[in-house]
Design a protein around this ligand. Structure first.
Ligand SMILES: Cc1cc2nc3c(=O)[nH]c(=O)nc-3n(C[C@H](O)[C@H](O)[C@H](O)COP(=O)(O)OP(=O)(O)OC[C@H]3O[C@@H](n4cnc5c(N)ncnc54)[C@H](O)[C@@H]3O)c2cc1C
Length: 388
């Protein structure tokens, strides 16, 4: 039986690990030879983390857990003929786990912006641009996020990292003694950005903006980015020396070009078992999947891992003809430690509760500790606490 896992991110790596635990031979295909730990990459631009420390080598992971790793760029998912075509070869499969992440909605002039949610190297570009501005001594920095107009669910909006980057940049400038020399503005086209984290968390964001002396610019559609400004639908402009923008998520062309069932944004439709509708041998997990729309659902790394766990469990029980099944629907929730450089806010949103606890100082170290623990436990150097 040939099992292929596509993608070496949160979803793919966890699926490969779990499949090995069930005793299957697994091959993971990724276009980069490392897993990038996005949640801790927010510290790269502000000199708080070395780029290499946000990476986990896939070959080392494969060696530890016993799965095979192939580094090739996938160019076609040929589900009709059960094969994956890459820039170097063709791989046949019997079972497929897709964890390829997502693409971004394009807005005119987006090349004038930089995103902490794009290719990993972008974090280094942001670091360089920020350092240049620090040398210059003053400027206008605008940080924001957008949605996908085709997405009725808002599960493709990635706001948390934009808030984290904003507060970290403010803290960084403060440490340099330059905070009062910079205008820092947070912008978003929606009227109430961040509301998905819950009413309580949303209300508390106001206090954060005040504390970090951040201007806000909400509720205006973005028309275009220029090299020195952001232009809005009513032709008003925000001057900008550095624009850091996280675009709304979109399905990848790689997936849009398949016959797999998709929602209007190009994410693959799955059932609660994480299996593709009408394709018994394909599971889609993580950001690539169209997840169920609850107000307490968002595409996050730990949800990608939950989906990896659920999909591999259901796959295994199907193979051994057991009736046991798990549903990812019941496990959806939002959890994040939103870092501000000098502390953090712990946010939880489930079907039953909304919690936001400010954690000055200790919250920052909690998140740092999580990053360290995540790498150690993935490399089997430490016991893995379920759900972390
Ligand atoms: C800055 C930032 C901070 C975040 N903070 C948090 C947080 O605090 N908590 C949290 O839970 N989540 C957080 N997230 C969200 C989390 O990182 C994502 O939800 C998670 O990475 C999704 O995992 P994935 O495996 O589905 O996709 P990805 O991690 O994007 O992995 C996709 C994989 O597919 C590979 N791939 C893509 N295209 C191809 C191709 N053509 N051929 C071969 N391989 C390909 C990529 O190389 C990669 O290995 C954050 C995200 C960002 C960007």
């Amino acid at each position: 039986m040939t099992i292929l896992v596509l993608g070496g991110g949160f979803a793919g790596v966890e699926a490969a690990i779990k499949l090995r635990k069930y005793g299957y031979e697994v091959t993971l295909i990724s276009d980069r030879d490392y897993m990038f730990i996005y949640p801790i990459s927010i510290w790269i631009p502000v000199n708080g983390l070395h780029f290499d420390d946000a990476k986990l080598n896939l070959f080392e992971l494969g060696k530890k857990h016993g799965f095979k790793v192939i580094i090739e760029k996938i160019t076609k998912i040929d589900n009709e003929n059960q094969q994956i075509i890459t820039d170097k070869s063709t791989h046949k499969y019997d079972y497929l786990f897709i964890g390829l992440g997502m693409s971004k909605v394009y807005i005119k002039g987006m090349e004038h912006t930089h995103s902490i949610c794009g290719k990993p190297n972008e974090a280094l570009t942001i670091k360089d641009k920020l350092e240049n501005l620090v040398v210059k001594g003053s400027g206008n920095i605008n940080i924001g996020f957008g949605g996908n107009p085709k997405d009725p669910t808002s599960t493709t909006v990635r706001g948390g990292p934009a808030f984290e980057l904003l507060f970290n940049v403010s803290h960084y400038l403060h440490k340099k003694g330059l905070r009062d020399k910079f205008n820092l503005t947070f912008f978003a086209p929606m009227l109430e950005p961040g509301k998905r984290m819950g009413e309580k968390a949303y209300k508390n964001m106001g206090a954060f903006f005040k504390r970090f002396h951040v201007n806000t610019h909400f509720g205006k559609k973005i028309k275009e980015f220029k090299d020195n400004a952001i232009v809005f639908a009513d032709d008003s402009q925000l001057e900008s020396d550095l624009t850091l923008y996280i675009a709304g998520g979109d399905g990848m062309d790689l997936i849009k070009n398949t016959s797999l069932p998709q929602n209007e944004t190009g994410f693959v439709k799955i059932n609660e078992l994480c299996r593709v509708e009408n394709e018994d041998n394909i599971y889609v997990i993580g950001d690539a999947a169209a997840i169920r729309n609850h107000p307490w659902a968002a595409k996050q790394g730990h949800i990608a891992e939950v989906m990896a766990d659920v999909s591999t469990y259901n796959f295994h029980n199907t193979i051994i003809h057991s009736g046991k099944r798990k549903s990812y629907w019941e496990k959806l929730h939002i959890i994040c430690v939103m870092d501000s450089g000098d502390g953090a806010a712990f946010v939880i949103r489930t079907s039953k509760k909304e919690i936001m606890i400010p954690l000055p100082i200790v919250g920052h170290w909690l998140k740092k500790g999580w990053g360290w623990y995540f790498k150690q436990s993935k490399m089997k150097r430490m016991f893995r606490i379920p759900g972390m």
